[in-house]
Design a protein around this ligand. Sequence first.
Ligand SMILES: Cc1cc2nc3c(=O)[nH]c(=O)nc-3n(C[C@H](O)[C@H](O)[C@H](O)COP(=O)(O)O)c2cc1C
Length: 422
Amino acid sequence: MKCVDDFRLQLGKHELVPIVIGGMGVDISTAQLALEAARLGGVGHISDAMVPTVADRRFNTKFVKNKLAQYKFNVENQDKSVVRFDLGMLEEATRLHVGNAMQQKRGGGLVFINCMEKLTMNAPKETLRVRMRAALDAGIDGITLAAGLHLGSFSLIEDHPRFHDAKLGIIVSSLRALQLFLKKNGRSGRMPDYVVVEGPLAGGHLGFGMDWAEYDLASIFTEIRDWLKAEQLDIPLIPAGGIFTGGDAATYLEAGAGAVQVATRFTVTRECGLPEKVQQEYFKASEADIEVNQLSPTGYPMRMIKSCPAIGDSIRPNCEAYGYLLDAKGGCSYIDAYHKAHAENPGQRRVPVWEKTCLCTHMRNFDCWTCGHYTYRLKDTTHLRSDGSYQLLSAEHVFHDYQHSKGQSIALPRKEECLLAG
Ligand SMILES: Cc1cc2nc3c(=O)[nH]c(=O)nc-3n(C[C@H](O)[C@H](O)[C@H](O)COP(=O)(O)O)c2cc1C
C-alpha cells in the first residue's frame, strides 16, 4: 500500500512533498501555517483577503482606522459607491503581509498566496491588479487564483517581471470552468503551472449551486484528468475537498494527481489563525451542526457551523472600514438585506438579518465559522482533555500524518500530559 511520501510534485525546478495547505481567509491560513508547510517541503498558502486589517493586527499599522476616518461621513448612507480603496495603501499592506512571510521562509517548499476574484472591493480589476503585483514584488512563490473564473487575471500581471518565474495556478470546480479559463487565457501565452480541482466537500465558498451534494470530487477529478491527457496538457492536477487521511491522498496520487490540497485538518493546529475558543467549536461540531447556506454576499454557497455568531446578527454594514465585497457599483447584498430587515421592523434598533451576513466583519472577527464537510471528524484526530476540551495539534504533526499514514489510519499526537512530563 502506497503513502503520500512515495510521490513528489515537480513544479519547475522544485521537487515537493505533494501536500498543499489551501488558502483560508481571513487570516486563518496564517504565515506561520504556510511557513510550516514550506519548511516541511510542501506548499503553504497565505491569503490576501482583507490584508489591511491583517497587517494592522500583525504590524501595528493603522490602515483600517485611516480608511474609516476618511469615509466616516458615509456610515449611515445605504449608498456605498464613494467608498474606495486607496491603491497605494493596498499595495503597502500586501507588501508587508507577503514580504514578512517570505523573509521567514525556510526549507525546500513554497509559499503561495490565495487571491479571490470575488473580493471585488468596489473596483474589481484595479484592486486585483494591485494585489497580485504587490505580492509578486514582495517575493511570493506563487499565486493561486480562487473564487471566480479569472478570465482576465493573468493579463493583469503579464508585463510583470516575475510573470514567468512565479508559479500561477487556478482553482476550478468543473471541466467547463477550466476550459473557459484556458480558452480566454490563451492569449497571455502562459499556461497555469497547476490546476486545483475543488469538490463540494471543501470549506469556504463552493463553486457549486445548492445542488452541491449531487457532485463528487472523484468524478470531476477523473473527467479533468482525462481531458488534460487527451489534450496533451501536462499540468499537475491537484484535487481538494474532503481529503481527510493520508490514504485518501495516496489514492488520488495513484490516480494521477500531482498533489492534494487540504485545509480542514489544519484548522485545529496551533499555527492556524482561528482563536482556540473557535477551534474547540470545530472539534465539537457534529455532522448535523454543519450546513451549506446562501448567507455569503458573494452569491456562492458557503459551508458553516450553524451556531456561529455571524448567522442572524444585526451589525450595520461596515464597508467604510472594510468594503471587500462591494461590487463594481459599490453594492453588496448584505447592505440590501440589512435595510430590508429594518424596513420590515420599523423603529427597532437592532434587527437580526437572516438573509445574508456581513462577511467582512464576521470573517475579520473569526465569527463566521466556515469549515469543510468533514470538520465533524476532527475530534477523531486528537485527544480529549480531562476538562472536556480537545488537544490542539501542531501543523507538523498533521502534515506528517498526511505524508506517512497509510489507508484510513490517522496518527494521534503525543498526549499533552506526556509532553508536560517531559
Ligand atoms: C476555514 C476555511 C477557510 C477557507 N477559505 C478559503 C479561501 O479564503 N479561499 C479559497 O480559495 N479557499 C478557501 N478554503 C478552501 C481550502 O483552501 C481548500 O481548498 C479546501 O477546504 C480543502 O478541503 P478540506 O478542507 O476538506 O481539506 C477554505 C477552507 C476552510 C476549511
